[in-house]
Design a protein around this ligand. Structure first.
Ligand SMILES: Nc1ncnc2c1ncn2[C@@H]1O[C@H](COP(=O)(O)OP(=O)(O)OP(=O)(O)O)[C@@H](O)[C@H]1O
Ligand SMILES: [Mg+2]
Length: 245
């Protein structure tokens, strides 16, 4: 479904990504892990058209989408949630999700239909129903994350990119998030997910790719990757990463 081929990204004098190749298959959940600054978010930005790669191509469903604009890529079937949750501060939760339904699919959608989709999707992600008319600047971080996820889902993506969706959640909440991620996949959406907590990524991913200093250092099934010596060396000392395993 998605193929990242030989992607390199120079930012000033820094090589944020170096000749990275990854593939995501239909219905797959692929975990993307690596230490801070490894290049994970930069890779997402290149897939969704926020940044252009210095070299390499991104192929989605057989089409070269390298350098296309984020709105075109979204309408083509890729949507994302951001590491730092943000949205339109003066819109209500429901209106934010309506933006995804109205402009994210490439189809003409009526306002009543968009409103219905927004309410259904907010309910699906567990957003409190009494807050659908609350403006974004009055929501807490967890509620904002749910709005982001609903907004991304309302554009009916074939591939969903999640950047640290469970960061900041307590174990119960992150367990609920994992259930939700599985349900999204069961509805037919492939998922590429960045997470720092190994317990989450191990529990949800079919395969894992590990980035370090912009390079792919390991790839495979979760149980194989976690025993890979290069991965262990990369994480040495970062006991938080292995919390709960
Ligand atoms: N806009 C930018 N300007 C300058 N440097 C940047 C920019 N974006 C990313 N970088 C640098 O590129 C490298 C990769 O950053 P990136 O945010 O992709 O890492 P990450 O793996 O997502 O890290 P984290 O786990 O902390 O979110 C880092 O060294 C970062 O400082
Ligand atoms: Mg990041």
């Amino acid at each position: 479904m998605l193929e990242v081929r030989g992607v390199t990204k120079q930012i000033g004098g820094l090589t944020a990504l170096k000749d990275v190749n990854i593939a995501v298959h239909e219905h797959e959940i692929l975990g993307l892990v690596g230490p801070n600054g490894a290049g994970k978010t930069t890779l997402f930005s290149i897939i969704t058209g926020i940044h252009r790669p210095t070299a390499g191509t991104v192929i989605f469903c057989g089409n070269d989408i390298t350098g296309k604009t984020p709105d075109a890529i979204c309408r083509g079937g890729i949507s994302q949630t951001f590491q730092i949750a943000k949205s339109f501060p003066s819109l209500s939760a429901r209106e934010c999700v309506m933006v995804g339904a109205l402009f994210g699919t490439g189809e003409r959608v009526s306002l009543p239909k968009a409103r219905e989709t927004a309410e259904e999707t907010l309910s699906f992600v567990g957003f409190p129903p009494e807050k659908v008319e609350t403006t974004i600047n009055k929501l807490n971080v967890i509620e904002l994350k749910r709005v982001q996820l609903a907004r991304a889902l309302a554009s009916r993506p074939k591939l969903l990119l999640l950047d640290e969706l469970t960061t900041g959640l307590n174990p119960k909440e992150s367990g609920e998030a994992v259930d939700l991620i599985r349900q999204i996949r069961e509805r037919g959406t492939a998922i590429l997910i960045i997470e720092h907590v190994m317990r989450v990524i191990m529990g949800v991913s079919d395969r894992i790719v590990v980035l370090d200093h912009g390079e792919k250092i390991a790839e495979g099934r979760p149980t194989d990757v976690i025993h890979n010596q290069r991965v262990i060396d990369t994480y040495l000392g970062d006991f938080n990463a292995f919390e709960g395993l």
